[in-house]
Design a protein around this ligand. Structure first.
Ligand SMILES: O=C(O)C1=C[C@@H](OP(=O)(O)O)[C@@H](O)[C@H](O)C1
Ligand SMILES: C=C(OP(=O)(O)O)C(=O)O
Length: 422
């Protein structure tokens, strides 16, 4: 293993002043790859993120019959016939687990899906039953979970389907991404508690429209994709704003100043919400000629925040709450129990183990100010748990982060980039 395990989290000895360039967005890269594989001609995904999740997506689409050249920074993608039996390793990538089965449904081959041990617990049953409702044969032996096999017939009738997407917005995105290629398109109705992470659905809809696909999202909880061509289009990937979270948090916990280069003027990435969240915790947030600059406060304030739309920011925000001088409540995030690990349980256990006064609530976490100490921070194969651990470790002596290499899910060079700042 390249990194010590556990990894002694570098401790900041003073305010950190830095400017960082971040790799591309996982969510944008994996959508761009799916749309390129479904398109009517070759295209290029520029500044693609190279990481475990995106490599798994490239490998999955190649196994189905597309060709993805991931050797450089720009990835040429050539669609191909989906005409062979294949196996797909989902790893721990929610985007592969949810986005690829609707694509595999267009194949004439049988496509067998599996993933990391924990992946068998991540929810996907709603996508499988929706696909059955749209005319696809799927063998899952009644599990509604991995492992399962999609047995396509080369075409999907499509049409209307009702799903409960309260566990993950990716259920909706998955059906929309492939829906234009179904004979009748797709008309997805959500019935259940509110759908989380809706900016990610907006990201899906915006990208589909750029590829010439007609999407009607005018009615709440309903998305209609008209049948038609997915036009080939070269796409440039923005930096990953969710992976900006630990870097900006470093300014917040050290009273320093961190600038993330090339912060987009406007974006569908939920990480953009960090501007508001960090400002509410007392940080100075400004756009500069270089990007987005965050200046840390003298005293970090707690926050009462509903993170339902931006659940993937929770681990780093929770680390900040643990270090803040006033109480915090994070709410609206029951669904993140189904992320890479049960993030509410994991954050409560691991931050609590370092002395934080934190309690799990039904839909979030509650913090009271406490003095933290060193110790071992477990990460449960979750890249964002590692981010939370190193943020605390920058402010507290002797924090050891278990399996920091798990950050390769979305940023393989993370431990080196982090160490370089401290
Ligand atoms: O569509 C996407 O790219 C994502 C959607 C969200 O999933 P959930 O809706 O399951 O939270 C997010 O948390 C995940 O990191 C990426
Ligand atoms: C929830 C996440 O990932 P996934 O795409 O695997 O769902 C995440 O990255 O925080």
């Amino acid at each position: 293993m390249r990194y010590a395990d556990p990894w002694p989290a570098p401790r900041a000895r003073g305010p950190v002043e830095a400017t960082v360039s971040l790799p591309g967005s996982k969510s944008l890269t994996n959508r761009a790859l799916v749309l390129a594989a479904l398109a009517d001609g070759p295209s290029v995904v520029r500044r693609a993120l190279r990481s475990r999740d995106t490599s798994l997506m490239a490998t999955a689409l190649t196994a189905l019959g597309a060709h993805v050249d991931d050797s450089g920074d720009d990835w040429p993608v050539t669609p191909g016939a989906f005409d062979r039996d294949a196996t797909v390793d989902c790893g721990l990538a929610g985007t592969v687990l949810r986005f690829v089965p609707p694509v595999a449904s267009l194949s004439t081959g049988s496509v067998a899906f599996d993933g990391d041990p924990h992946m068998r617990n991540r929810p996907v049953g709603e996508v499988l039953s929706a696909l059955r409702g749209l005319g696809v044969t799927i063998d899952d032996e009644g599990r509604g979970a991995l492992p399962f096999t999609v047995r396509g017939s080369g075409a999907v009738p499509g049409g209307q389907v009702v799903i409960d997407a309260s566990a993950s917005s990716q259920f909706v995105s998955a059906l929309l991404l492939a829906g234009a290629r179904y004979d009748k398109g797709v008309d997805v109705l959500h019935d259940g508690k509110p759908v989380p992470s809706t900016p990610h659905i907006e990201m899906t809809v915006a990208m589909l429209r750029r590829h010439g696909v007609e999407v009607d999202d005018g009615e709440p909880n309903r998305w209609q994709v008209a049948p038609g061509v997915v036009r080939a289009l070269d796409t440039a990937i923005e930096p990953d704003l969710s992976n900006a979270a630990p870097f900006l948090a470093l300014a917040a916990v050290t009273g320093g100043s961190v600038t993330v280069r090339d912060w987009p003027e406007s974006t569908t990435q939920p990480g953009d919400e960090l501007r508001e969240l960090l400002a509410r915790m007392g940080c100075a947030v400004e756009r500069t000629a270089d990007g987005l600059r965050v200046g840390g406060p003298d005293r970090l304030q707690g926050i009462d925040a509903d993170l339902h739309d931006v659940g993937e920011l929770t681990p780093v925000v929770a680390a900040l709450c643990a270090l803040a001088e006033s109480p915090s409540v994070l709410r609206g995030i029951a669904h993140i129990r189904g992320h890479e690990t049960d993030r509410l349980a994991a954050l409560a256990r691991e931050l609590g183990g370092l002395g934080a006064d934190v309690a799990e609530t039904e839909d979030g976490l509650a913090f009271r100010p406490a003095s933290l100490h060193g110790g071992l921070f477990h990460t449960y194969a979750d890249h964002r748990m590692a981010h939370a651990g190193v943020v605390v470790g920058a402010a507290v002596d002797d924090v050891l982060v278990e399996d920091v290499a798990t950050t390769s899910k979305t940023y393989p060079g993370f431990p080196d980039a982090w160490s370089a700042l401290l």
